[in-house]
Design a protein around this ligand. Structure first.
Ligand SMILES: Nc1ncnc2c1ncn2[C@@H]1O[C@H](COP(=O)(O)OP(=O)(O)OP(=O)(O)O)[C@@H](O)[C@H]1O
Length: 850
């Protein structure tokens, strides 16, 4: 049975929780962010209802509405027992429900049956404090909407006026301050972007309001991505301004923007589910229980039809993983999960088949409408169906505006310049074709767009009342085409909004319910006025009404700190990032190849130096094993760390730009997570080769292991630092090779003819200190080395001793520093390079604007 999803305003006191949670129902869950408070309010006041189109025979009798969520009142309880599938039962029950609630509501729906909205909102054990619901459009079996609900306090809804699909939110218990409307109007004015004196964007203006989808269309290279970069604050603009709720775009706003990039930037080693789970753990509020976060992940994966591939790795060009379309949807899932106020999506539908594209658009559209989100999407060539799902259209060509206005006005716009969009023709294709292939039409479009924009501003700034303006124009009886166009835009805008979005400006008017429509129209006028005001640098936005919108919706009331703060604590960030880093780095650091290499080398070393006699004749062999083992593992760790940051740079930059976590948490987590990985292979190596060499002392084994690992970690620090500095593997490999080989050469290990003036270079080498420590341990703690015959050691020549004292061996090797000093210097290497690595990431490699 085909079903359409819609949301019905609450009609009575509603307990969003299950009955066994009644006591908790009045609890107000502390909400961590203004956005979530708003979401809580929206959803708490909502009833989610799936409208079922009845079969023809039953249509007449099926006129019934069933309350969607489990009501708290006893009257409504009966209604909740009605199952969606039981149409007859639902009819009767819904009738009673309707009558029981008729004192407080007007039901305009007919032929409806609802299933409990708690299907997704609540689990069987009652409504969780917070949650996000994705309703499934049963008709298309595609996801329909996303909505958070954090608050299960009883809701006293208000009178319903229209069969609208957006939540109302007059809550008598809410303090007006809690009515902060977390929707966001985006206005951009005369944006100019230059690159090497080439104009990439030229005077691009427009605006988009909550609940709307603005599509940016244009041929390839027209500047769509550049514009989105500017709107997200990721690119500096050379002229013009971007306003969000009439405030200039700033860091606090950037955190409320979800930007789905054209490229999918993820860790290739992680599965889709792991990626989304980590995003949820990092970017959903700390106060949300983990189980709830997981539920949201499930919902989002289901909504975007990603359930079947959730265990697939992202993959890369070497190891294939998710398909292009799946990656695109995964990209969107991660941003949707965080519930941003403004979603910017760069070509989210490219690479998707038409069904998936439409399905995705439906999700976005409903998301915008149900949650009062503002969506800007860039598209290449949408299908006709998708084209008509957009509310506004910005047409770009070579960075210039060819059209900005409501989508339905595009027909009139083209007619005005003498071009008729053919019926049964995909308007998007037609428009782009005209734009690309006909320079004369293109020029006309540029001129018309410029004029209509100017008129639009004038109209809204000069006259305070749109209605007066219209009547004046009509009285004069001679409208210019542009004026007609602008009137149409505004009229359509008002009509459109008054039909669809009555509720969303209610924060402007905390008045009785009776005159909602008039209020909303007025609010819509104010909104347009505000947009024009924004575009004219707030020339007339001292109006209190204007102010009430932006103040109510802006972050000021909820506190800038809240907007600027991270969604999770340092501890949580550290734990989640450590876990993610471990998962991500493990396949890289402990790959099969590395295991093979380690075991192979250990066996080879063990075989070459097998049961080495501890006499002076074999002293050099023993030192050879130590030098080889030491140098190999230090270089292994150093070179392995070179690519550590560069490989993660894009992902971390993207996440940090969205304010997901602190750099310090990431850095510390990375250090800790990679620690067990970096020490695993040297341990295995030593466990194999050292006993083969002839080591029988457990104490010596552990001492050697500890110092080998210390050396490895120190070398890793140097690798991190060089990698962070260079961010280019070729450069960093060259630099590292130069450093390590130079210090070996000048360390005197390979040649004794070191120029006098350059012998100091050995002291800059960590290998120098590490090797000295190895020798101290081996010769001091290990079995004594017997004197050779003849012996090169004086003490042996004098035949006063059978064994060479370890001090003599060390002296012969120029190892004069004590163990503690070498260790201290190595520790300083560790600390200095780790700190330098952090400083480089913080100040040199911080996420930059393009
Ligand atoms: N950083 C940059 N350096 C050089 N050129 C740039 C830069 N950014 C943008 N451009 C140029 O600006 C123009 C617009 O680029 P942009 O990526 O915004 O186009 P687009 O409309 O998104 O294209 P597509 O649809 O192919 O993704 C292109 O010609 C591009 O080469």
């Amino acid at each position: 049975m085909p079903m359409n999803l819609m949301i019905v305003e609450s009609v009575e006191t509603v307990d969003m929780g299950s009955s066994d949670n009644d006591n908790e129902a009045t609890e107000q869950v502390p909400l961590v962010s203004a956005s979530h408070r708003n979401l809580a309010k929206i959803v708490a006041d909502c009833r989610l209802q799936i409208e079922v189109e009845p079969p023809p025979a039953a249509a007449a009798s099926a006129a019934a509405t069933v309350v969607a969520a489990p009501p708290a009142t006893s009257d409504a309880t009966a209604a909740t027992s009605v199952a969606a599938s039981d149409s007859s039962a639902s009819s009767s029950s819904s009738s009673s429900s309707s009558s029981s609630s008729s004192t407080s509501s007007e039901f305009t729906h007919t032929s409806q049956t609802t299933i409990p909205s708690t299907d997704n909102l609540t689990s069987s054990n009652g409504l969780a404090n917070m949650g996000k619901s994705i309703l499934v459009d049963a008709k298309s079996n595609s996801p329909a909407s996303l909505s958070y609900h954090y608050d299960k306090s009883p809701v006293i809804p208000q009178k319903q006026h229209h069969n609208i699909n957006i939540c109302n939110s007059h809550h008598p218990h809410h303090h007006p301050q809690n009515h902060t409307q977390h929707s966001l109007q985006l206005t951009f004015q005369n944006l100019n972007v230059l690159h090497n004196e080439r104009q990439i964007l030229s005077d691009v203006s427009g605006f988009v309001s909550p609940c709307e989808v603005l599509a940016i269309m244009g041929p390839s290279g027209s500047g769509k991505t550049t514009l989105l970069d500017c709107l997200s604050g990721q690119r500096d603009i050379d002229g013009g301004s971007v306003f969000l709720n009439r405030e200039p775009l700033s860091k606090k706003w950037r955190r409320r923007i979800g930007y789905v990039l054209q490229e999918e930037i993820f860790f290739p080693q992680l599965t889709l589910r792991e990626t989304v789970v980590y995003t949820a753990l990092l970017r959903l509020p700390e106060s949300m229980p983990r189980a709830e976060k997981m539920r949201q992940v499930d919902h989002i994966l289901e909504a975007l039809e990603l359930g079947c591939c959730q265990q697939t790795k992202f993959g890369d060009y070497l190891n294939r993983g998710l398909s292009g379309g799946e990656k695109k949807r995964a990209n969107i899932a991660c941003e949707l999960l965080t519930n941003p106020l403004l979603m910017l999506l760069d070509e989210p539908t490219s690479g998707l088949d038409s069904h998936s594209a439409i399905s995705l658009m439906k999700v976005l559209k409903r998301y915008a409408q149900l949650e009062q989100k503002t969506i800007v999407i860039s598209v290449h060539q949408p299908s006709s169906q998708m084209f008509h799902m957009f509310d506004k259209l910005l047409l770009l060509h070579q960075g210039r505006t060819a059209y900005f206005g409501d989508v339905q006005n595009i027909y009139r716009h083209f007619e005005d310049i003498g071009v008729t969009i053919k019926p049964h023709y995909n308007p998007a294709d037609f428009v782009l074709e005209q734009l690309k292939s006909h320079p004369d039409i293109r020029e006309k479009l540029f001129i018309a767009a410029k004029e209509s924009h100017g008129n639009y501003l004038n109209r809204n700034c000069i006259t305070s009342s749109h209605n007066n303006q219209v009547s004046d124009s009509e009285a004069k009886g001679k409208k210019q085409p542009d004026s007609i166009l602008i009137d149409d835009i505004i009229n359509n805008y008002y009509n459109h909004r008054s039909k669809r979005h009555h509720h969303q400006y209610e924060n402007l008017h905390h008045t009785s319910n009776g005159c909602q429509v008039e209020e909303d129209e007025e609010a819509a006028q104010h909104l347009v006025w505000c947009a024009a005001d924004s575009q004219s640098n707030f020339s007339s936005c001292a109006s209190s009404d204007c102010h009430s919108y932006s103040a109510g919706s802006g972050p000021g009331h909820s506190g800038d700190d809240e907007w600027l703060s991270y969604p999770t604590s340092f501890h949580t960030q550290f734990c989640v990032l450590s876990s993610r880093n471990f998962k991500e780095a493990k396949p890289r650091m402990l790959s099969k190849l590395n295991w093979f290499q380690t075991i192979g080398l250990a066996l080879m070393a063990g075989a070459i130096w097998f049961q080495l006699p501890r006499t002076e004749e074999f002293l050099h062999d023993l030192q050879g094993w130590m030098f080889f083992s030491q140098t190999y593992w230090m270089l292994f760790a150093l070179f392995g760390a070179l690519n550590s940051f560069p490989s993660e740079r894009e992902v971390v930059s993207k996440e940090r730009r969205s304010g997901a976590y602190r750099l310090s948490a990431y850095y510390l987590a990375k250090m800790c997570a990679e620690l067990p990985l970096v020490i695993t292979l040297p341990t295995v190596y030593l466990m194999i080769s050292y006993p083969m060499l002839g080591c029988t002392s457990l104490k010596l084994f552990f001492l050697m292991l500890i110092f080998l690992l210390i050396n490895t970690i120190v070398a890793q620090s140097v690798g991190f630092f060089i990698g962070a500095c260079c961010m280019d593997m070729n450069v960093s490999i060259t630099l590292s090779a130069l450093y390590t080989l130079a210090t070996q050469l000048f360390g005197g290990y390979l040649s004794s003819r070191i120029p006098e003036g350059l012998s100091w270079i050995r002291y800059t080498s960590m290998i120098h200190y590490a090797y000295q420590n190895m020798q101290i341990l081996e010769f001091r703690e290990g079995a004594a080395i017997g004197c050779g015959s003849p012996s090169s050691y004086e003490i042996c020549k004098q035949q006063s001793t059978e064994f060479i004292p370890y001090e003599e061996i060390l002296k012969a090797q120029n190892s004069t520093s004590p163990l503690w000093l070498n260790t201290l210097i190595l520790m300083m290497f560790f600390l200095v390079f780790r700190c330098l690595g952090y400083a480089v990431l913080r100040f040199l490699r911080c996420p930059k604007k393009t």
